[in-house]
Design a protein. Structure first.
Length: 302
């Protein structure tokens, strides 16, 4: 039997472009506590928080410096199934920060002794700008949701894989704030908030998104078009196109040729499937597949 094992990690970020005052800080801190508790259930191996501050250019003359500072708080919880445990949020020497919930099966070379989060952060850190980030993410084959802060430009990038296989929700309390999270906190007594107030929406998987921090007191979400439509294997496509001719074949030679092409397509599909299962399970430590509290297991091939 072959198994498909799915990771389940949790990621979140709170961005605020304007000082909220003491009451606002208490409200958001209570919300972050609730989010952290919810995320910790998705990743029991590690739960960390990372805070950042960015000076807003429009308010550099304010008498109170903290009122002109954008604030960001990132949360990452990790359920480690492959490679060395890498706590998140993960930060490099340039201050770039990545929170990742996903698996990289192809597109980037991930040694068995390494971790996909660390490899992806290195790849993202090799360049700057929206086109670079979109280009890196377009290479990845596998399910994911991510939050990436490029410190040089103070720009946050986020999104999900094209098939939307990992959750990522967005909540806009006001024009000065944005919350992103794998899970939503719908109701929390200490906040005196109801479900309508804490309205979450699913981040679209049609594109990636970016937010420029430190630019103004209003947080604006910009669309970053993606270009990660991966071509199917040639023989697989050829097999799918074998019946494009609308004429009904009436001789055995045509039928045999069509069956042969479909057979090639089926073999190519099975090869891709087996490789995908191998990528998912090759480095999973023994004893974890059968542990219900650490992973969910589905039949992949029998």
């Amino acid at each position: 039997h072959l198994f498909i094992v799915r990771n389940m990690c949790g990621i979140a970020a709170l961005l605020r472009a304007k000082f909220q005052g003491e009451d606002g800080n208490k409200k958001y801190e209570a919300l972050l506590i609730a989010l952290t508790q919810a995320l910790s259930r998705r990743g029991p191996d590690s739960v960390l928080r990372e805070e950042i501050s960015i000076m807003n250019k429009e308010n550099q003359t304010d008498e109170s410096q903290h009122k002109s500072t954008s604030q960001g708080l990132f949360i990452g919880s990790v359920l480690n199934l492959r490679g060395p445990l890498t706590p998140q949020p993960l930060k490099d020497s340039h201050g770039n920060l990545l929170v990742w919930n996903g698996e990289i099966f192809r597109g980037l070379q991930i040694p068995d002794s390494d971790n996909d989060t660390a490899v992806l952060l290195r790849e993202l850190g090799n360049g700057t700008g929206p086109s670079h980030v979109a280009g890196v993410m377009s290479k990845i084959e596998g399910p994911y949701a991510f939050l990436y802060l490029e410190r040089r430009s103070n720009r946050l990038y986020f999104g999900r894989d094209p098939l939307g296989r990992r959750s990522l929700l967005i909540h806009r309390p006001d024009e000065n704030s944005v919350l992103l999270s794998s899970v939503g906190v719908w109701c929390y007594a200490d906040l005196n908030l109801n479900e309508e107030t804490l309205k979450w929406e699913e981040v679209s998987n049609d594109s990636l998104f970016t937010i420029k921090l430190g630019h103004s007191e209003n947080i604006q979400v910009e669309i970053l078009p993606r270009s990660d439509k991966q071509p199917l294997p040639t023989e697989f496509v050829k097999g799918l196109n074998a019946t494009e001719n609308e004429d009904i074949p009436i001789d055995n030679d045509n039928i045999d040729e069509m069956s042969h092409q479909r057979g090639i397509a089926a073999e190519e599909f099975l090869k891709e499937l087996l490789q995908a299962v191998s990528d998912r399970t090759r480095t999973v430590p023994k004893g974890r597949c059968g542990s219900k509290n650490r992973s969910s297991v589905q039949w992949g091939h029998r």
